[in-house]
Design a protein around this ligand. Structure first.
Ligand code: GLN
Ligand code: ZN
Length: 772
């Protein structure tokens, strides 16, 4: 490859790095501080040490420009709120008294004061703290954190680029503060916010920043013309500032669409653009607007949110095309590396033949550096890297793990009829009524019962070899006995075994399916100090043996009442795992669905008459762009139906989703064709029941009457009142009585009392029904 001389300076950079450290030192320090075991100074020192280590890791790997300000003790959106002076009224005293303690109070709440709301960062599994704004919000600049961290990096002799959440995205991520009318549009505050950003930019320049990155991922979502006008306005004003560093506007997670021409025209100095996955469309779009003459382009060609190695020669060809479209082309990951684990070389249990297919943050950094080198000096400069990469890619493509002929043939043979129940709902419902003999307003739970310290200790004992499998299973059986006998005593109608054997609703199944990998150290931040280890969908998926039948039938053997089988659905299995990038998501979903279908059928054959397939992630996996949603919902609902359609008409299929706002997927929920759906509703006073009714939802539903997110025990009268509200929308022969979600995070005392009240409330309302 011959490259233009302009590319000789191609640089490697990233937008952010995993925060926690290899041994999750940050988590330990922060939680130690919360418990009073670590002083504020010690926490700050540990954080600085970790930042230094990350920068040295990056620079040591050959990254030319390191990010600063991306590090956080809790969340970068909360850091932005602090930077612009947005502290809710209820936290002001705490923040004034002790900024660090006040910061954590905003994040986590205190005994008396509620935290900020937390929600998902776009379509990732990272959660940010939602800024609360209103017409009276006054912004004030506090650039301390950004300036301090920039100085730390500069002191190490590094070239550093502060990374900030951009002003438009910050406002679009916000919501009206408590007491502010719901229709308040935070974007109307833009003119007030921009001077604060101007001040921060000036401070960063004074501290030595040549470039500052402003992240605007909200621009990859569908935006109104008014939003885009606001973007144009914001960057016209920021661009016109005299005392500012060079500004790089970054977007990621999807294509820019209509925002691309707006940004391309803006008087900023560079754009960082995602060219991976659906964002690959940015390439043609960029050419169509005539490129970025006079600007710097940072090309996100390495997937920053998945764990597969890059196809280096493919990326080089994209970069080669981009060379003609901007003044300067640098190389990066598509987004911050926050969304992937730190380093795969510490994994001991993954087959080395598979490990070579994986790239975590450190490995991605090397890929970026290699690509920058190849771009700057031609492919001859990276011959060895390209050869190794080709071999690794070939190993993955040719592996029997990624291509199991039996799995593929089965998925290929799926027909529409195979994904449909044999009878329509009305007929099934009659058969189920006869088979199950349940009362009106049947009571049930969502599946899990309290995961007590003893259960977790038993699992830890098993892992550490202090007890053997028999000893562990003995404890699980004892727990199931307790759970069943409690439910019988309390008078619940459809029982559950309580899921004591499950560490996690996805991992438990992933561990038992062929084609799935688990990591030992692959931690990724979910929120604050909570980290998860998503399993990896690495190959074709099959189920060597039944996964849940033993525990479910054991529970059933203890009672005459029906025990509900409990499975995690295919969409949720994908949503909370790293997915394959070598085949369409729908193909992976179909494989998982077929494996789960076998489990559903085996449960039925073993005598289980009610089977619940949880899909709490159905909505969160919705693509960011509306045009992509119908295709997603088509494969997602097909996967659910494939999982569940193989049962007899008199076997009752339940599903569960734990959220209340599902307006945009209510049709998809209908398409699942589940006999019963349970949903979160307690806090919204049965709003979902009304929404389901408005949609003409024809099947049974259990809007939650017990808010399991709090230790508060609802009274029987409260449960009854919610049921009466529910009955206004859903007829008595289609209304179920259940909590909002599983009880695994609750303690036994409140669980006991709440479920007793729930059953009492159901009995009261049953007594009020007209005799038919
Ligand atoms: N069956 C699971 C439980 O009860 C469902 C959890 C969920 O919806 N997230 O814990
Ligand atoms: Zn739930």
């Amino acid at each position: 490859m011959t490259t233009k001389s302009a590319a000789a300076a191609a640089r490697a950079t990233v937008y952010g790095y995993p925060r926690q450290g290899q041994g999750r030192e940050l988590k330990k320090a922060i939680e130690g501080y919360w418990k009073g075991r670590v002083t504020a100074d010690a926490l700050r020192a540990e954080a600085a040490r970790l930042r230094r280590g990350h920068w040295q890791q990056l620079a040591g790997a050959g990254v030319h420009e390191v990010p600063t300000g991306d590090f956080s003790l809790y969340d970068h959106v909360l850091d932005t709120s602090v930077m612009v002076g947005v502290v809710p009224e209820r936290h002001r005293d705490a923040v004034a008294a002790d900024p660090l303690a006040g910061y954590f109070a905003m994040a986590r709440g205190t005994q008396d004061v509620a935290p900020l709301e937390m929600t998902k960062w776009f379509d990732t599994n990272y959660h940010y703290l939602v800024p609360e704004l209103g017409p009276d919000t006054a912004f004030t600049a506090d650039s301390t954190k950004q300036v301090t961290e920039l100085r730390e990096a500069l002191t190490l002799g590094l070239t550093a680029r502060p990374v900030l959440v951009g002003p438009v995205t910050y406002l679009l991520l916000a919501k009206p503060a408590p007491g502010v009318f719901a229709g308040f549009d935070p974007l109307t505050l833009l003119d007030r916010l921009l001077p604060v950003y101007a001040e921060v930019l000036a401070d960063l320049r004074a501290a030595g920043a040549e470039w500052v990155q402003l992240d605007e991922p909200a621009l990859v979502q569908d935006r109104t013309p008014a939003d885009l006008d606001a973007v144009a306005d914001a960057y016209r004003k920021l661009g016109a500032l005299s005392d500012r560093p060079k500004v790089l506007v970054a977007s990621y997670f999807d294509r820019l669409g209509d925002a691309l021409p707006v940004l391309a025209k803006a008087p900023v100095d560079g754009l960082a653009i995602d060219f991976t996955g659906p964002a690959a469309a940015n390439l043609d779009a960029l050419a169509a607007v005539g490129g970025l003459p006079g600007k710097r382009l940072v090309a996100g060609v390495v997937d920053g949110r998945n764990i597969w190695i890059n196809d280096l020669s493919k990326s080089l060809s994209v970069l080669g095309t981009l060379l003609g479209l901007a003044d300067q082309v640098d190389v990066s990951a598509s987004c911050s590396l926050l969304h992937v684990p730190l380093d795969n070389t510490v994994e001991r249990d993954i087959d080395p033949q598979i490990l070579r297919w994986l790239a975590f943050a450190r490995q991605k950094t090397s890929e970026i550096v290699t690509l920058a080198k190849g771009l700057a000096h031609g492919t001859d400069a990276i011959t060895a890297e390209l050869a190794a990469n080709r071999a690794d890619l070939a190993s993955r493509a040719g592996s029997p793990i990624t291509h199991d002929p039996a799995v593929r043939a089965r998925a290929q043979a799926v027909t529409d009829a195979y994904a449909r129940r044999s009878q329509p709902y009305a007929e099934r419902a009659a058969a189920q009524r006869a088979h199950l003999g349940l009362p009106l307003l049947p009571t049930t739970t969502i599946g899990s019962f309290p995961q007590t310290g003893e259960i977790r200790a038993a699992r830890a004992d098993l892992r550490a070899g202090r007890i053997d499998t028999d000893g562990y299973e003995e404890r699980i059986r004892a727990e199931i006995q307790d759970v069943i006998s409690f439910q019988e005593k309390t008078g619940l109608d459809v029982l559950v075994h309580g899921e004591p054997e499950r560490n996690d609703m996805v991992q438990y199944f992933a561990e038992q399916l062929t084609g799935y990998l688990a990591t030992q150290h692959g931690w990724v931040q979910s929120y604050g100090t909570r980290y998860v280890r998503p399993p990896i969908l690495a190959g074709d998926i099959s189920r060597p043996e039944p996964m849940t039948v033993r525990w479910t039938t054991y529970a059933q053997s203890l009672t005459e009442k029906p025990v509900k089988g409990m499975l995690t659905g295919p969409v949720t299995m994908l949503a909370w795992s790293f997915v394959r990038d070598d085949q369409p998501l729908g193909d992976t979903a179909r494989q998982v669905a077929l494996a789960l279908r076998d489990e559903v059928n085996d449960l039925e054959a073993a005598g289980t008459s009610v089977i619940q397939v949880d899909e709490p992630a159905l909505r969160e996996t919705l693509p960011l762009r509306a045009t992509d949603r119908p295709a997603y919902l088509a494969w997602a609902t097909e996967a659910f139906r494939l999982t569940t359609a193989g049962v007899r008409p008199d076997t009752q299929i339940h599903t569960h989703m734990c959220y209340a706002e599902f307006g945009d997927i209510v049709r998809a929920i209908d398409d699942l064709d589940a006999d019963v759906i349970s949903l979160e509703a307690a806090r919204s006073h049965m709003q979902v029941a009304r929404e389901l009714a408005a949609h003409g939802y024809p099947r049974e539903a259990g809007p939650g009457v017990y808010d399991i997110h709090s230790p508060r025990v609802p009274s029987a009268e409260e449960a009854a009142a919610l049921l009466r509200t529910g009955l206004k929308a859903i007829p008595a022969d289609r209304l179920w009585v259940n909590p909002d979600c599983g009880l695994k995070t609750r303690a036994w005392p409140e669980t006991r009392a709440s479920l007793e009240n729930l059953v009492a409330g159901a009995r009261t309302v049953r007594g009020e029904l007209p005799l038919s």
